[in-house]
Design a protein around this ligand. Structure first.
Ligand SMILES: [Zn+2]
Length: 686
């Protein structure tokens, strides 16, 4: 009897090592090559499989002999009576045009446009078996040694240690070797026109930073604190970093914020920051999160879907501990406080989930999981907690573990019964809001902040002294912002004076709160508000430009001139607002209107990063000025692999299709749409 899909092959075979040669053909969007698995047969068996989604096989060799096989389209099955035996080999020659999990970016764009060409992978939530015969079951851990063949102009980051390269004609070979086994979903590479820098952790681990060559100046602010985070995690976790080195690379249009591929984290282009962008949206948190996964998830992997919080809860909690080292105690408690608010809201609306539920939401796995660990650490103390985590990692290293396995280590180390803790924090749908609040109140900052929040309904003249005192040096980023929010809509002399004091704190986040919350700018605050345009924050600049443009129409020329060179975040937030305001200000640069429109309209093109495209679509919608090309680009967006952009495009399309003029315009695109795009449009119109 062949093994049924539901039966665990893992009890019969142990795949140990893989050696592969993989050729990337970006022009044809094709992957081909061969992979040889070395395995032990634990029990006799008459057939076995390797996961392979829509992969074609040319040849299958079992222990050197050619074998018949069955390709189900999801798996390749090899039928053969094998007795328990060590060191068997299975060699698969394959080729595939991956539908998922491996993405060719900008290879179909004309060279003259200079669009950066990239190739990258995403295994988790997708399947590595969409481009390489491998194992979807994360309990199957394999040591991979892979030689990749790429167009020679690309720099390649992949799992493990780079042991050699060679160039032959237009192709460059990259040999990567690993020393320890991991689950197939962690297999990855990113190939692009990268510059690479290297540093070393305190323990001597090589830390490698990849950055598109034209963004090289953003290397430092993007990767700021990486070494500090690494050293902190290694020290706090107490287990030496378990892989050869640690590399990170940003890619365009990534499906998530970041992915912790073993020793080769990939993160989204939008986290590339200069020193100004760093203040509002830096990579620190995602950086620390993915790094923590190298232990929690990659080194010790969850046994079942119910144990997924052992990845995300731990990565989120350890990232927060690392961030506390960088941003301080207030930041730590502020994050916990915000998460508690979100979790309480979810719980109060009856949508709470246990962290041990398979298929739970991100909020549950990440933030509720992190809260559980915060409470557990508080309960047993840092020493016992750290000792238990260390024991847990050492006991299950390069293997899988369950929630019970982890809890058993804590119970043993702290000599405590955790059944009550488990039922409240791990297995209950409701969030323990009261216990969380009591824990938060151990922070003096949180106590003060809660006192400030309690003043929300108090009339200004009864609380002005308290608000004023909260703006004294050194002002808290968070409480200072709360003071500003409580002034919203107030125009009395008392309020103006408090606003002036808030401006004068020179705290970038307090000033940003004014930029975001003030709609009508009182004349007495005009000068101060104008000074926001010079703040070193792209978010503040964007908000201030918009509000000034709305409040003081007679001075728009001055404001536009002052901000015309500013681009902003990777989504060009300031530039895109500037272009839009330019277009709706008739007497500003009247002779350049076409050029200005062309720039804004051009940003929806499919070779721009998705955060740029989304921003451009948003502004074009506001000024109701879509070109035919914009509509084509939008249709392309409705089929995009990155769900956040695909959903955005679909919502915008739905909005536009409410109007007859747009229905006609979209229908007229028929000959220029792909079959998938056309089918999707049809389904929305009918
Ligand atoms: Zn994660």
């Amino acid at each position: 009897m062949p093994i049924a899909d539901s039966l665990d092959q893992i009890d019969h075979i142990d795949f140990k090592r893989a050696e592969a040669e993989i050729f990337l053909n970006p022009e044809k969007k094709k992957v081909s090559g061969e992979i040889t698995y070395n395995f032990d047969m634990l029990k006799s068996i008459d057939s076995f499989y390797v996961d392979a989604r829509n992969i074609n096989f040319e040849e299958v060799l079992l222990n050197g002999a050619s074998k018949d096989f069955r390709n189900s389209g999801a798996r390749i099955w090899i039928t053969n009576q094998l007795q328990a035996s060590d060191n068997n080999s299975l060699k698969l020659k394959f080729s595939v045009k991956p539908k998922d999990a491996l993405y060719f970016i900008n290879w179909d764009i004309a060279d003259s446009l200079n669009a950066p060409k990239q190739i990258w992978t995403q295994g988790q939530g997708r399947y590595t078996s969409s481009w390489l015969p491998s194992f979807d079951d994360q309990r199957e851990k394999i040591e991979f040694d892979i030689s990749y063949y790429f167009p020679k102009e690309l720099e390649v980051m992949a799992n493990g240690r780079l042991t050699g390269t060679a160039i032959k004609d237009s192709v460059k070979e990259w040999n990567f070797q690993m020393e320890s086994p991991m689950s197939s979903y962690l297999l990855a590479f990113a190939a692009a026109n990268y510059a690479v820098q290297e540093s070393e952790s305190a323990s001597g681990v090589s830390l490698q930073y990849y950055m598109p060559v034209w963004d090289k100046a953003k290397m430092e602010p993007t990767y700021r604190h990486t070494r500090k985070i690494f050293n902190f995690l290694e020290g706090e976790i107490g287990v030496a970093y378990p892989w050869e080195n640690y590399k990170q690379a940003p890619v365009r249009d990534f499906l998530y914020s970041g992915m912790e591929n073993t020793s080769a984290t990939i993160f989204d282009h939008a986290f590339i920051t200069d020193s100004i962008a760093y203040k509002d949206r830096n990579y620190v948190s995602v950086n620390a999160h993915e790094m923590a996964h190298q232990w929690f998830g990659n080194f010790v992997t969850a046994e079942t879907q119910n144990d997924h919080w052992l990845h995300e809860g731990f990565a989120t909690f350890y990232a927060l501990l690392a961030e506390r080292e960088i941003f301080g105690e207030e930041y730590y408690y502020w994050k916990l406080y915000q998460w508690a608010e979100q979790l309480k809201e979810m719980s109060d609306s009856g949508k709470g989930e246990p962290v041990t539920r398979a298929g739970a939401s991100s909020l549950t796995y990440y933030q509720k999981g992190a809260w559980a660990l915060h409470m557990l650490r508080e309960k047993v103390g840092r020493d016992a907690f750290n000792k238990a985590v260390k024991n847990y990692l050492e006991l299950y290293k390069y293997k899988t573990a369950t929630t019970d396995n982890f809890i058993a280590e804590v119970e043993a180390t702290a000599n405590i019964d955790l059944s009550d803790f488990m039922s409240k924090w791990l297995n209950q749908t409701a969030f323990q809001g009261f216990a969380a609040l009591n824990s938060l109140k151990k922070s003096e900052f949180i106590q003060k902040h809660l006192n400030m929040l309690a003043l929300r309904e108090t009339p200004l003249d009864k609380k002005s002294e308290l608000l004023s005192a909260a703006l004294n040096f050194p002002v808290s980023d968070y409480t200072g912002q709360e003071v500003v929010y409580q002034l919203k809509g107030e125009t009395s002399d008392l309020a103006i004076n408090l606003y002036k004091k808030a401006f004068a704190t020179n705290n970038i986040y307090v000033r940003q709160a004014i930029a975001s919350s003030m709609e009508q700018i009182p004349p007495e605050l005009k000068n101060e508000f104008e000074s926001l345009l010079n703040d070193k924050s792209y978010l503040t600049k964007e908000l201030a430009l918009l509000k000034l443009w709305m409040n003081f129409p007679q001075q728009v020329t001055q404001y536009l001139d002052q901000t015309k060179g500013v681009v902003g975040f990777t989504n060009k937030n300031v530039r895109m607002l500037w272009l839009t305001l330019n277009l709706v200000t008739p007497n500003y640069q009247p002779q350049k209107k076409q050029q200005t429109y062309n720039e804004l309209s051009g940003y929806t093109a499919k070779y721009y990063p998705i955060e740029v495209r989304e921003n451009a679509f948003g502004y074009l919608y506001q000024i109701n000025s879509f070109s035919t090309q914009n509509l084509l680009d939008l249709m392309q967006g409705t089929q995009h692999p990155a769900s956040r952009f695909r959903n955005y495009s679909r919502e915008l399309l739905a909005e536009l299709l409410k109007r007859e003029e747009y229905r006609q315009k979209f229908l007229a695109l028929k000959d220029r749409l792909s079959q998938k795009e056309w089918d999707y449009l049809q389904s929305k119109i009918n």
